[in-house]
Design a protein around this ligand. Structure first.
Ligand SMILES: *[C@@H]1O[C@H](CO)[C@@H](O)[C@H](O)[C@H]1NC(C)=O
Ligand SMILES: *[C@@H]1O[C@H](CO)[C@@H](O)[C@H](O)[C@H]1NC(C)=O
Ligand SMILES: *[C@@H]1O[C@H](CO)[C@@H](O)[C@H](O)[C@H]1NC(C)=O
Ligand SMILES: *[C@@H]1O[C@H](CO)[C@@H](O)[C@H](O)[C@H]1NC(C)=O
Ligand SMILES: *[C@@H]1O[C@H](CO)[C@@H](O)[C@H](O)[C@H]1NC(C)=O
Ligand SMILES: *[C@@H]1O[C@H](CO)[C@@H](O)[C@H](O)[C@H]1NC(C)=O
Ligand SMILES: *[C@@H]1O[C@H](CO)[C@@H](O)[C@H](O)[C@H]1NC(C)=O
Ligand SMILES: [Cu+2]
Length: 598
């Protein structure tokens, strides 16, 4: 059903949520998101925080597969905004993808905009967030798509309850855009003050003797809970563990996986995992700990800021007094990246009616290196090295750092009018310009060898694909100035994760490792640190799609490219015209100057 042809119900300011039932069991689920600034107090400090409907995390959107969603955004904040529906396929609906000046003009302060899209062909946990540099730290929420025929059709035992677990960060900054500006100009390091579970800092944090509130979950003995885990943090991958309990991972990025039992979930920014937890321990209290991980020295070392909540058995069958000290899980070393590598390596897709076969044909192959480099602040030559104040350190794909183009209208609109209108974008090369030992540890500290490789350039990077092309991409993390992993997120498409490995990718050797039988399907693929991952996707969704690292620091520093999918031969394989209420200021009525800055 085409949601754009549905009538929009008038929404009173105070009604945030409504469901209108349609025939055939589908509905239009409507929400009103009023974005305002509210004061929140943590660690003895008041901070003005920009949130939706006064809540952090923002409101959950819960729908049934096949429903249409309409979200009326009322921007009462001082910031220009868009909202991205992370992982929603948006088939033939790129207009609703929510990337400023790529798919739409931003919603200006005191303006409104309505997003309309369908939740078709997907089941599980996705999320929504502001797609404005760093603002997603406080503007985010979960998006749950349940099966059309109810919990009975989950491919796992029906859980007693479903619980969102949103990992985030507490920043005591009024203008989070500052973090982005600092990163883009490479002038200062900003850092969050605490990790959070469902916006609670937890009892590891206190100030003037006041301990921060912790997230609490009551468990009934013997029951099974479905945790919908989301990493909404800007900066870190997390290890999540619960003392005395195991997780059975059943889905990732709204795609079912074969049940995988583990005591630790590794989750990078942008990813979601659904996991069953059985309350089968002896009644008592148990900590759930979320701990950021990071590469070891010589990488830069960030403060280690874990958070914890408490799971408590409700029925005091012994050992469950409120004063009891909860049991703590034994946490892995925060430098142990192999735990994440194995966690991701053990996931396979579940054979299920929604399971999609992997295409065997390959039309396009890309090999994309991910790393850092530098550009001179002035002129063409300058003193290199991360310590030099003559350079700006930037993040790259195939040795080019994405530069925000200054444009007078969204690229998607220009492309829709005539694809040649955006021919000026610079083509992302299919391979890196130079081969070196991409995972050589000795490139992390600045030195003569590293400084040779460091110079890079900036451009508005894009790669075009024919409609229907089957595309293989190998992402290779590099050790240029740092050895972070890279959670790469592609808008508008899911990717099959065929294989991953440590060190440098070698086609001769590594193609044999590809899982073409049951690879997991994801919207965000974690490229391991000092390693690579191979993905395959079908370019079947016409439009201009963002593809970027979901670590906010890498994104702000330019680890972005646009994937442009051309129209197919028929109307149902082509981008339709923009929605009637598409924001058009600037173009036709001169409300705004010709140039937009974001
Ligand atoms: C925005 O929406 C609110 C609430 O629905 C409404 O009161 C207001 O008039 C709208 N403003 C504009 C500029 O459309
Ligand atoms: C407060 O935090 C400090 C360290 O940050 C810790 O040593 C201390 O035990 C905490 N106090 C309380 C009451 O939790
Ligand atoms: C699965 O996990 C186990 C234990 O952590 C590990 O030894 C194994 O290599 C992993 N498998 C893959 C394919 O990553
Ligand atoms: C690349 O560098 C790593 C780490 O320094 C080293 O172990 C590896 O042997 C090197 N590979 C090649 C092909 O030189
Ligand atoms: C990256 O590109 C720059 C030009 O912008 C070039 O000088 C440099 O050699 C390239 N480096 C690598 C590693 O490809
Ligand atoms: C487009 O429509 C044709 C004819 O109705 C149909 O055969 C085809 O499967 C459709 N394609 C898509 C991608 O929906
Ligand atoms: C918001 O966008 C408009 C139009 O591009 C621009 O003129 C204005 O400066 C922006 N405002 C902020 C706060 O960035
Ligand atoms: Cu990255």
């Amino acid at each position: 059903m085409d949601s754009r042809s549905l009538p929009v119900a008038a929404t009173a300011a105070l009604i945030f949520f409504s469901v209108i039932a349609l025939s055939a069991g589908t509905a239009i689920v409507e929400h009103t998101f009023v974005v305002t600034q509210v004061t929140m107090t943590h660690l003895c400090k008041d901070t003005l925080v920009t949130v939706v409907n006064g809540q952090l995390p923002g409101p959950a959107i819960e729908v049934t597969e096949g429903d249409s969603i309409a979200v009326h955004v009322v921007n009462k904040s001082p910031f220009n905004l868009t909202i991205h529906w992370h992982g929603v396929r948006q088939l033939l609906n790129c207009w609703a993808d929510g990337v400023p000046m790529i798919t739409q003009r931003p919603i200006l302060p005191d303006h409104n905009f309505t997003y309309r899209f369908d939740a078709s062909g997907q089941e599980g946990t996705l999320w929504w967030h502001a797609h404005v540099p760093c603002l997603r730290a406080t503007i985010h929420g979960i998006l749950i798509i349940r099966p059309r025929h109810g919990a009975i059709s989950y491919p796992f035992p029906k859980p007693h309850k479903e619980i969102p677990i949103i990992i985030g960060e507490w920043w005591d900054l009024e203008d989070l855009g500052q973090v982005d500006r600092h990163l883009r100009h490479y002038v200062a390091d900003d850092y969050f003050k605490a990790s959070t579970i469902n916006a609670k800092l937890g009892d590891l944090y206190n100030c003037s003797g006041v301990v921060e509130e912790a997230y609490k979950l009551d468990l009934e003995p013997g029951k099974t809970y479905l945790l919908r885990v989301l990493n909404a943090a800007l900066f870190s991958e997390y290890y999540l563990k619960i003392a005395g309990h195991k997780f059975i991972v059943v889905a990732g990025d709204a795609n079912y996986v074969s049940p995988y039992t583990t005591d630790t979930i590794a989750i990078a920014p942008g990813q979601t995992f659904d996991a069953l937890v059985v309350a089968d321990a002896s009644p008592g209290r148990y900590y759930m700990v979320a701990m950021p991980n990071q590469p070891p020295k010589p990488d830069y070392q960030s403060p280690v800021l874990p958070t914890r909540g408490v799971l408590q058995y409700s029925n005091g069958a012994g050992g469950n007094q409120p004063g009891d000290v909860p049991m703590s899980p034994e946490m892995p070393d925060n430098h142990n990246h192999m735990l994440s590598f194995y966690f991701h390596g053990n996931l396979t897709s579940l054979h299920h009616p929604r399971h999609l076969p992997v295409p065997k044909r390959i039309d396009e192959r890309l090999f994309i290196t991910l790393g850092l480099g530098s550009v001179c602040r002035q002129g063409q030559s300058c003193e290199r090295g991360a310590e030099s104040d003559e350079v700006i350190v930037v993040a790259t794909m195939n040795n080019i750092s994405y530069e925000l183009p200054t444009v007078s209208r969204p690229l998607l609109e220009a492309h829709y009018q005539n694809p040649s209108n955006i021919d000026w974008l610079q083509e992302l090369p299919d391979v890196p310009p130079r081969v070196f030992n991409f995972t050589d540890n000795s490139l992390i500290p600045t030195g003569p060898k590293e400084e040779q490789l460091e110079p890079t350039s900036k451009a508005a990077l894009a790669r075009r694909f024919r409609y229907g092309a089957v595309v293989d991409v190998v992402f290779q993390s590099t050790s240029m100035l740092q050895s972070e992993s890279n959670p790469m997120h592609l808008h508008g498409h899911d990717m099959f994760v065929l294989a991953q490995g440590s060190g440098n990718y070698d086609m001769e050797r590594d193609v044999a490792k590809y899982n073409l039988v049951n690879p997991p399907l994801v919207n965000t693929v974690l490229v391991p640190r000092l390693g690579w991952v191979a993905v395959r996707f079908i370019a079947d969704n016409p439009g201009v799609w963002y593809m970027h690292c979901h670590f906010e620091f890498h994104q702000s520093m330019g680890m972005i490219a646009l994937f442009i999918v051309e129209d197919g031969p028929t109307a149902n394989t082509s981008l339709p015209s923009p929605p009637v209420d598409f924001l058009t200021y600037g173009d036709d009525n001169n409300l705004m100057p010709d140039e937009y800055y974001l």
